[in-house]
Design a protein around this ligand. Structure first.
Ligand SMILES: [Zn+2]
Length: 144
């Protein structure tokens, strides 16, 4: 894939990764990165990277509401894009789903979910990507 797309799209071939959010950890300075990196920018050649599973939990670092989405996202507009700071430290940009603007603030706890984000009609390719949802406690579970 040559083009960059918001939401870190993955093709169906990579769906088995959906239950694991995989990043990199530098074995020298223990900084964690997402997405996977081969070289630690701090340690450079001294660094040694290994894959680590990230929790998918984090908090909102900043956010913006999108009213004029790029091609392929029209049905979802408006939607919210946030920079999420993961528990382990890395930041990533992702859509925050199923929320009102008032539910999302800087510091709001969120967790990762996997969703179909785009369908390519011609080729029938379905792209999956990370989204996040707000963590709203356990009241909705108790009602079930
Ligand atoms: Zn390092």
């Amino acid at each position: 894939m040559s083009s960059m797309t918001v939401g870190l799209p993955l093709t169906w071939r990579r769906i088995p990764e959906r239950y694991n959010l995989i990043g990199s950890e530098c074995e020298i300075c223990h900084t964690k990165y997402f997405p996977v990196r081969r070289i630690c920018p701090q340690c450079r050649r001294k660094g040694k990277m290994k894959e680590v599973k990230l929790s998918g939990k984090g908090k909102v670092y900043s956010y913006t509401r999108i009213y004029a989405p790029p091609s392929g996202f029209e049905l979802d507009a408006p939607y919210m894009i946030a920079i999420i700071e993961l528990e382990e430290g890395p930041r990533l940009t992702a859509q925050v789903e199923d929320c009102n603007a008032r539910d999302v603030k800087i510091g709001t706890p969120v967790e990762m979910i996997f969703r179909k984000i785009q369908e390519d009609g011609k080729e029938g390719l379905i792209h999956y990507g990370f989204k996040f949802k707000t963590v709203s406690g356990t009241s909705h579970i108790l009602q079930e």
